[in-house]
Ligand binder design. Sequence first.
Ligand code: CO8
Length: 376
Amino acid sequence: MKPTYHPVISATGLYTPAESISNAELVESFNAFVVRHNSANSAAIEAGEMEALQPSSVEFIEKASGIKARYVMSKDSVLDPSTMEPRMAERGDDEMSIMAEIGIKAAEQALERAGRDAADVDAVLCAASNMQRPYPAMAIEIQQGLGIEGFAFDMNVACSSATFGIQTAADYVRAGNAKSVLVVSPEITSGHLNWRDRDSHFIFGDVATAVLVEDSSIAPRPHWDIVGTKLKTVFSNNIRNNFGFLNRAAPETKDAPDKLFVQEGRKVFKEVVPMVSALILEEAERLQIDPLKLRRLWLHQANAGMNRLIAQRVLGHEANDDESPTVLDTYGNTSSAGSIIAFHLNSDDLDAGDEGLICSFGAGYSVGTVFVKRHA
Ligand code: CO8
């Protein structure tokens, strides 16, 4: 008889950078940059040839997004008004790269929590918004750092990278091609955020997460059954970054705003909320899960208002913190890692049989749902 396999989440891991930036610190630095910029360009501004930059505000940031702070890998250079970007010393080819380093830290925690020896893992997926180089794959460096045999590759679906990674890992398990797969999401978003852009300078933070997806036959107890996964993409220019290897040498590339993260935040908000809620409800129906009975939602952490609306449409009432926990206030938007951090920090208290949903959404557009059930 053909064997059947059941993918589960055995454990998760989290790496949080040591340094955090509060909204007050961020706004002070941004506003110092605005004063410098406006005074350096005062003649052009007075002549009407250039618009004066406007200051940012802590109140706006908190009200519009729910973000109060974010962790970063390189605080001083991000806050210095003369740099306003992370400055991390380039490492030699014989040293471990920074994305691999933080990814490994998150992965080691997941392995430890699962009681799994790295040598027993079959594959590593590095699923993140940006890779620090095209090749060799970050995933293969992580694989080597952990001492894993088998195979590894990178995948990028922006904020949905981790959930797309979980489905990919689950599919390997279902097909019998792997029994233990690590999905690692090192998100150094500070490197592609435009810290000089008032509309978005407050959004992102750095972190790394790891999810160990395994066949139930080898999984530790308790674990999380993966009841069903669903992915969807619809092309949109509303979240975009044009930086790439084809324009790296162009003189206008440096400091060009379109070579960093840009978005039409309002349009994203309006278009993504219905798309995500509809996908969740359709998938719940297909899986014969009553959405009103979902014990907890671990949603992508981009905007508190967006999560409030999505949770309300799914659960049928305004969700409290227990039903839809937020990590946005302390971590900011950590791209694909957000829903995984929320799950990692807020899932141990659930009981056997409780059902919940990990859900991501973001650039592409891309949406990923992972319905899970606590297994004793
Ligand atoms: N301080 C004070 N005032 C401000 C500021 C500021 N910093 N910024 C804007 N304002 C002003 C504006 O000028 C505007 O003024 P007016 O009304 O006079 O024109 C007013 O505030 C309102 O501005 P907005 O319309 O922009 O404000 P919103 O209420 O729409 O809030 C948000 C802005 C928070 C960006 C909101 O639209 C939002 O969160 N939208 C959803 C965004 C989202 O989910 N994006 C997903 C992106 S993540 C992703 O997919 C991963 C991508 C890859 C990772 C990249 C890593 C860097």
